[in-house]
Design a protein around this ligand. Structure first.
Ligand SMILES: Cc1cc2nc3c(=O)[nH]c(=O)nc-3n(C[C@H](O)[C@H](O)[C@H](O)COP(=O)(O)OP(=O)(O)OC[C@H]3O[C@@H](n4cnc5c(N)ncnc54)[C@H](O)[C@@H]3O)c2cc1C
Length: 467
């Protein structure tokens, strides 16, 4: 009988991949170092609040996501975010301004100067970038839209998605869709309009238009249910420490009840963060390039969840949340109006707001003790949202290495993964460090890698098509 496939890491990537392999009747063992499933996903119910420390929502961008949710039997527990939470706020002049939803609204908005607004007319005529040189997000935006768009919109967006720095993030790796729009249509604006038709044909939805999904008890429901479905195939409290390529498969060494043990596998999927891949002990020169992945930078981020009495918050909170550009000089990177998205995140008459601190902008802040983090977050929220009372709930989680930065030069890491999948058949890479950092991207990456593993086991490794 075929040795099982080893899936290492029970974050959403490892869970989805293992679940799909099991659906395909391929034997699998899922190894998880910690005592729980979900990785950075962490939903905690406490004092009537539901605090979500990692991702807050899953964007419904691909039919594959719904297939996974349905396969796990979770459709009855799935929720879409409240329709009333449609606004996105951006901070300018130290106050929140709703981002306009229509072109007319954009030209009327006080978010941008007239000079910046007129740059939009110029954008379709800006020449395509010469692809021989990799651009940062900041260079791309300044070239096509001007400095004001970078400082007041894109910088805030990059902080909201990556907790990142637009001068370091690569446009081709960090925002591949933007890069593709320019290359394909010569303009982001033209591409936005024409690209929408193609996505419709492929039944895909852009992140900007996608509905936001969660579950009745938060996102944690998804990993918990997948873990349960996997049954004895999932082994928690079982960190993998060493990998060895054998002539006919793989040997995985892991710690079980404090003692090292080995098992043989037909293949290995690395669904752990890149910095953990680099820490695995390996044998043989073929796998030596794995150490390179340790250079992928993950800055720290603190998630600070605060509850308030509704009457103490003067802002309508009629939106998804607010993005804050660096030039506005606040401590927090941005905040989500969590109980506006999903009302059951707070007890009656209260609201929950989730703020992020640190990232590339200010990593040192995450070293502060929790009391200081609560104070500086409450101060920023007080100023921006007109909050008069003290928090009624407070909780924070610090992710020391939170989100991988797809910086200029990230292609070298992708190349290492591509090369190793060829040089060491049966070894696979998937998840947030390879195919996009979002939850949805990680799940699609896991869905697809299960197909590749199946193909590898049943028909032999993929070969590049003959020229
Ligand atoms: C603060 C924060 C907010 C976010 N917000 C959003 C959001 O709103 N929307 C969105 O789409 N995405 C968001 N993301 C991104 C998204 O949550 C992640 O990209 C995704 O969950 C990553 O899943 P993963 O399984 O690839 O990795 P992880 O969740 O990191 O899981 C990796 C797992 O591997 C385990 N592991 C590590 N080493 C070993 C070992 N040696 N042996 C065995 N197991 C090991 C770990 O314990 C962990 O369980 C956010 C991320 C963070 C940190």
């Amino acid at each position: 009988m075929m040795n099982p496939v080893a899936v290492i890491g029970a974050g959403i990537t490892g869970l989805v991949a293992a679940f799909r392999l099991q659906q395909k009747k391929i034997p699998v063992v899922l190894y998880e170092a910690s005592g729980r499933a979900g990785g950075v996903i962490q939903s905690v119910r406490d004092q009537g609040y539901l605090a979500e420390f990692g991702p807050n929502t899953l964007l419904d961008t691909s039919p594959k996501l719904r297939e996974i949710i349905k396969g796990a039997g979770l459709e009855p527990r799935m929720m879409y975010s409240d329709e009333g939470a449609g606004n996105r706020y951006l901070v300018r002049h130290r106050k929140t301004i709703a981002m306009p939803a229509t072109p007319v609204g954009f030209f009327r908005s006080e978010l941008f100067s007239w000079r910046a607004k007129l740059m939009l007319f110029r954008e379709p005529f800006v020449r395509r970038w010469d692809n021989r040189y990799e651009e940062s997000v900041a260079q791309f935006v300044i070239r096509r839209l001007g400095r004001e768009f970078l400082d007041y919109a894109i910088d805030a967006l990059v902080a909201g998605i990556y907790a990142g720095d637009p001068f370091r993030l690569s446009v081709i790796h960090g925002f591949p869709r933007l890069h593709a729009l320019e290359q394909r249509y010569g303009s982001m604006i033209k591409g936005q309009i024409l690209g929408a038709r193609e996505r419709k044909r492929r039944a895909e939805v852009s992140k900007q238009d996608a509905k936001k999904i969660s579950f009745d008890e938060g996102l944690q429901v998804l990993p918990d249910t997948l873990l349960k479905n996997l049954g004895a195939a999932a082994r928690i409290n079982t960190p993998v420490t060493r990998l060895r390529k054998l002539a006919d498969g793989w040997e995985v060494e892991f710690q079980s009840a404090g003692a090292p043990q080995q098992a043989r596998h037909s293949g290995v999927l690395l669904a752990v963060p890149a910095h953990q891949i680099a820490r695995l002990q390996i044998e043989g020169s073929t796998l030596a390039p794995l150490a390179t992945l340790g250079r992928i930078h993950y800055p720290p981020v603190a998630s600070v969840v605060l509850g308030f009495r509704r009457e103490d918050v003067h802002h309508p909170l009629d939106g998804f949340g607010m993005l804050i550009p660096k030039v506005e000089q606040f401590n927090i990177l941005g905040a989500l109006f969590s109980s506006s998205l999903f009302p059951n995140r707070a007890p009656a008459g209260h609201v929950t707001i989730t703020s992020y601190v640190g990232g590339m902008r200010n990593p040192a802040l995450t070293a502060k003790p929790p009391d200081e983090l609560y104070e500086l977050t409450a101060r920023d929220l007080g100023l921006l949202l007109g909050i008069t009372g003290r928090p009624t709930f407070r909780h924070c989680v610090i992710y020391d290495q939170a989100i991988p930065q797809y910086e200029v030069g990230y292609g070298q890491f992708k190349q290492v993964m591509d090369d190793l999948e060829q040089a060491a058949p049966g070894l696979f890479f998937a998840g947030h460090y390879r195919h996009g950092i979002s939850l949805g991207d990680s799940m699609v990456s896991a869905y697809d890698v299960a197909d590749r593993i199946e193909q590898n086991l049943r028909r032999g490794p993929e070969r590049p098509a003959a020229a």
